[in-house]
Design a protein around this ligand. Structure first.
Ligand code: OSB
Ligand code: MG
Length: 371
């Protein structure tokens, strides 16, 4: 297969509900959609879901835009490959920029699976017909507002609720949600905001009494030793997100016992191929995995549904329906959750049509390798 043309669309969609994490707040998102065309004229789509600012990781929309145009697309244009697994090798010399890589390799997987007439999920090794969805709730202004959000998502049938925590917004909101929902599958995500000193470790240990499914990314991304220290002292499972961007990080997590659960984000790990390999490795170690989200538009969201259909994704993934975040998505039909379940499409590729008209109407800037 040979890519003859690549287009990028930087698209802005407003969020239905403002989202606040330990580092920042946002009410609309700008993601870059990648369209690759092969010599037959067939197309495939991927999504670069980088946040705008360098707060989750060092990438930004701007760095992804430039990296894709100057380094990734030139590496794939006119190169010959047989299988999307070979695409990462084309840019083996490019360090980092996982979100940008994930968008381009995602388009290659969609294009290739469409051309083979197979669903993306089964090409990746997926075995489930539907996947279990959970939701992630941001930091709210008050505990009452948080409880209202939890109520809405539990009523919608979601199987797990994750709460963002930070300094001054941790034990109290968790206690309130737990007392209102004693049986809820509940977990927390700190996005690396805490220091791994003894006092903080003791403070996080207070969360043990709430029976949380996990505490996600308590410390800074490179602080795997701190995470191992916490895991040794608390009974709740520690889950890593930002700390694991490649397979070497995963080996480090395993060797150091830095956590017992892995959040596999397709974007953070540089795309579907690495995400699948991380899943295979984690299964071999008995580490349960789930797919984390980056508030993807439908293209990235459909890729998350596909990877979540692999057998090791035994915990609910961040694959809530498009409607939780966007009033109209860039794919048709949108991703839909029924009672907290999302069906894995049987149609080839991502299994959704791209809504070019809506993409066009919301595009801030574009790039076309043919121009
Ligand atoms: O850590 O999981 C995270 C969103 C932006 C940055 C980091 C994270 C998140 C989410 C999104 O929690 C959840 C979703 O996409 O459903
Ligand atoms: Mg996280």
């Amino acid at each position: 297969m040979r890519i003859t043309r690549a287009r990028l669309f930087e698209v802005r969609l407003p969020l239905v509900h403002r989202f606040t994490t330990s580092s920042h707040a946002k009410s609309s998102l700008d993601h870059i959609l990648v369209e690759l065309t092969d010599e037959s004229g067939a197309t495939g789509w991927g999504e670069i879901a980088s946040p705008a600012g360098p707060y989750y990781c060092s990438e930004t929309t701007e760095t992804a835009w430039l990296t894709a145009i100057h380094f990734l697309l030139p590496a794939v244009l006119d190169a010959e490959w047989e299988h999307p697994e070979q695409v990462d090798r084309l840019w083996a010399r490019v360090r980092g920029h996982e979100f940008a890589k994930a968008g381009v390799v995602g388009a290659a997987w969609d294009l290739w699976t469409r051309s083979q007439g197979v669903p993306l999920a089964s090409a990746l090794g997926g075995t489930r017909e539907r996947v279990r969805a959970g939701v992630s709730l941001g930091i709210e202004a008050t505990i009452d507002e948080l409880l209202a959000q939890v109520e809405r998502q539990v009523e919608a049938g979601y199987h797990r609720v994750k709460l963002k925590i930070s300094h001054g917004w941790d034990v109290e909101p968790v206690a309130a949600v737990r007392s209102a929902y004693p049986e809820l599958d509940l977990h927390v995500d700190a996005n690396g905001v805490y220091e791994s000193d003894d006092e903080t470790i003791a403070h996080l240990g207070e969360l043990d009494r709430f029976g949380l499914t996990m505490i996600e990314q308590p410390f800074a991304p490179r602080n795997l030793l701190g995470s191992a220290g916490l895991q040794a002292r608390i009974s709740t499972d520690v889950c890593l997100d930002e700390s694991v961007v490649d397979l070497h990080d995963l080996e480090l997590m395993i060797a150091l016992k830095a956590g017992r659960v892995l959040n596999i984000k397709v974007s953070r790990m540089g795309g579907l191929t690495v995400a699948r390999d991380a899943h295979d490795r984690a299964i071999g170690e008995g580490i349960p995995v789930w797919c984390g989200g980056m508030h993807e538009f439908g293209i990235g969201r459909a890729a998350n549904v596909a990877i979540s259909s692999l057998p090791g994704f035994t915990l609910p993934s961040d694959v809530s329906g498009s409607d939780k975040y966007y009033s109209r998505d860039v794919i048709a039909p949108p991703v839909i959750a029924h009672d907290g379940w999302v069906d894995v499409p049987e149609a080839p590729g991502l299994g959704h049509d791209v809504d070019l008209e809506w993409i066009d109407a919301n595009t801030l800037r574009r790039f076309d390798s043919a121009e």
